[in-house]
Design a binder for this molecule. Sequence first.
Ligand code: KIV
Length: 281
Amino acid sequence: MSSHNLPTQVKRHTLRTLQALKDRGEKLTMLTAYDVVTSHFLDRAGLDMILVGDSLGNVVLGFDTTIPVTLDDMIRHTAAVVRGSSRALVILDLPFGTTTDPETALRSAVRAFQETGCQAVKLEGGLHAVAVTQRLTEAGIPVMAHIGLTPQSVHQQGGFRTHGKVLSEADQLKAAARELEKAGAFAIVLECVTADLASDISKTLRIPTIGIGSGPGCDGQVLVINDLIGLSISPPPAFAKPVANVAVIIENAARQFIESVRKPSETKIRLTGEVHEKTDA
Ligand code: KIV
């Protein structure tokens, strides 16, 4: 299935096909995934990109921040996501401490590429990430940049807040976006950037911007899958509007199982959630 009303897309997205979407004025879609099953169904739905985010630390591993996530964690999960997908471009999020300088970043990204089969990496940071971005792209490794709220620097940034409200900060973000594009980034995530600024950056750049909590003016949108499907222990951020409540489905299924084991003759199994159509895809 294609989400763009084009002839059925059978091959995996590339940087060129993603850029063509922006050039045609079509919106790009990206969700996170951390395992083979989720990846399989997101891919089948026609998603353009799957990000194996270091949000893995919060939503799967139970940490308060993304800081404890290691490159080994990311490699393990990304390899599973690659195995589950065939059409979406898969991006591995380089975790905290793996991109501190261009050579360290190159070693991390080479491992990511060789051990997972992913097609790109994402790295957080503004102007200070320009040299790293250039080093990786020169080595043939596509880089998705990420500015605004960058959770790996949450302590330095003074917590979770909207970025670009103050003129000097807005100017810095615009400059970072321009320089990251010049350094070779193929796309850029704008996280919790004011809607006006995000829209302005999106019009200025040639490469696609992918927004999260940054308003509708970006070239595409990304969400953490758990926030979209209602599968989190803590409430989702205000900008994420869940379209399902998978947490309730899991809890009800477990309750029914417990009941059916303890009192088999009294339990009538009720199916929660619709059964998806089986296809050969
Ligand atoms: O780690 C992540 O999931 C991310 C997205 C929120 C962009 O970086």
